[in-house]
Design a protein around this ligand. Structure first.
Ligand SMILES: N[C@@H](CCC(=O)N[C@@H](CS)C(=O)NCC(=O)O)C(=O)O
Length: 223
């Protein structure tokens, strides 16, 4: 199978973490976007949304990280990344859903605005308040152990790691601290930060970020 995308996308990275945890790197190969452009005719032919991630399994193409995560789980049930009980599974899915809607949504909007010469300051303030509210929500949803939910890795941790990669680098400059007044999130970050899975993910995201920043710089200089 192919997973189209790059590791700077938090939606792709959550799947890279799931794949690495399950030891599936040889079966599901991270692959650059055809035509190196999300809106290229080659990519749009297989991904009508023109978004990453996109999973290719033979002739079957599947967008949306949450759906892809479930597909991978069903195809490769060894080393499960969802708890065994319905409440546990619902809590993991809720964390993933809350992260996407209430944290990453407004956060990525703000990051997009950093590239715009004239930022919409009112909208930025609104999105910052939304992100802070999303973080408070998340603090209330997770456990106070080494993992987001329960006592082992789940899709909730995988979805959260890349979101916090972005937040630990950019949120303070945008006006909020991700861990202030959120002891459970702080304890989670300290605990998972020690793991090899986290460290290799962080290194891959750093490398992808460096390439992105270099490309942006080169584009700016060419203007
Ligand atoms: N809900 C989607 C979001 C995917 C998404 O927005 N990916 C971004 C990259 S981080 C993208 O492809 N953006 C291009 C676009 O929206 O045109 C998922 O979970 O997979």
């Amino acid at each position: 199978m192919k997973l189209y995308g790059h590791r700077l996308s938090p939606y792709v990275e959550r799947l890279c973490l799931q794949i690495a945890y399950k030891g599936l790197e040889d079966q599901i190969v991270l692959t650059p976007i055809p035509g190196e452009d999300l809106k290229s005719p080659e990519f749009l032919a297989i991904s009508p949304l023109g978004k990453i991630p996109l999973l290719e399994d033979g002739d079957f193409h599947l967008p949306e990280s949450a759906v892809i995560a479930e597909y991978i789980e069903e195809k490769f049930p060894e080393k499960p990344t969802l708890p065994g009980d319905p409440i546990g599974r619902a809590r993991v899915r809720l964390v993933v859903c809350a992260l996407g809607l209430y944290v990453l949504g407004p956060l990525l909007y703000m990051l997009g605005q950093l590239r715009v010469p004239e930022r919409d300051q009112e909208m930025m303030a609104e999105k910052l308040a939304e992100t802070v509210k999303g973080l408070d929500l998340l603090e209330g949803l997770i456990d106070h152990g080494g993992y987001m939910i329960g006592d082992g890795w789940t899709q909730a941790d995988f979805a959260a790691i890349p979101a916090f990669f972005i937040m630990t680098r950019y949120l303070a400059n945008l006006g909020a601290e991700p861990f202030d007044g959120r002891p459970k999130l702080a304890a989670w970050f300290a605990a998972v930060g020690e793991s090899e899975l986290f460290k290799s993910s962080e290194a891959a995201q750093e490398a992808a970020l460096a390439v992105f920043l270099e490309t942006m710089q080169a584009e700016r200089e060419a203007q």
